[in-house]
Design a protein around this ligand. Structure first.
Ligand SMILES: [Zn+2]
Length: 185
């Protein structure tokens, strides 16, 4: 369970009277200490969003949420950026393109973790990158021709990296960056 500043493991009893708690839900709950075993959660109330009934939006949400679990697995104390970024996303998910929100959020988190590299040189050939860029793995820059990928306009990516806005990227470029984000942190 991710909260603003902690990642915790809880035990929850599943029975006929207990609804299934899905990954990616925003919930309110109480914690019940239970000796040496994991603390239990009870009185769960699920905070609903209209888009939960939109299959496509829900599907993309689940894909996005699934990249956080391996990344935060061994963490207990946590910076609020993860919770706050996700909370911002659930509020905007019905208004904006979820794929754009994912790309913007992913960049925000990578930048916060100090893991964004300058876009000026290609990882493969070590030559400078001019107008068009591609990425290997987690936003490591390369020439599109060096990694055999479709180009993305470097200027638009720079704007994204500096302002966390995908406004200058077209839908095809967003799709490419979205697929990179889904590979995880
Ligand atoms: Zn190159």
């Amino acid at each position: 369970m991710l909260s603003r500043d902690r990642v915790e493991k809880y035990y929850r009893f599943y029975g006929a009277r207990h609804s299934i708690l899905q990954v990616g839900y925003l919930i309110d709950f109480e914690v019940e200490e239970s000796g040496s075993f994991l603390p239990r959660i009870r009185s769960i109330s699920h905070i609903g969003f209209k888009w939960l009934y939109n299959r496509e939006k829900l599907f993309i949400w689940h894909r996005f949420i699934s990249i956080f679990e391996p990344h935060l697995r061994d963490v207990t104390q946590i910076d609020p950026i993860y919770y706050e970024t996700l909370l911002e996303c659930v509020k905007k998910w019905h208004l904006q393109s979820p794929k754009r929100l994912i790309v913007e959020s992913y960049i925000k988190i990578l930048k916060h973790e100090g893991r964004l590299q300058p876009l000026d040189k290609c990882l493969i050939c070590n030559q400078s990158i001019d107008k068009n860029i591609a990425f290997v793995g987690k936003f490591i820059p390369a020439h599109p021709s060096c990694v055999n990928q479709h180009p993305i306009r470097k200027e638009s990516v720079e704007y994204l990296l500096n302002s966390f806005s995908s406004i200058w990227l077209n839908d095809e470029e967003i799709e490419r960056l979205y697929l990179i984000a889904l590979k995880g942190f």
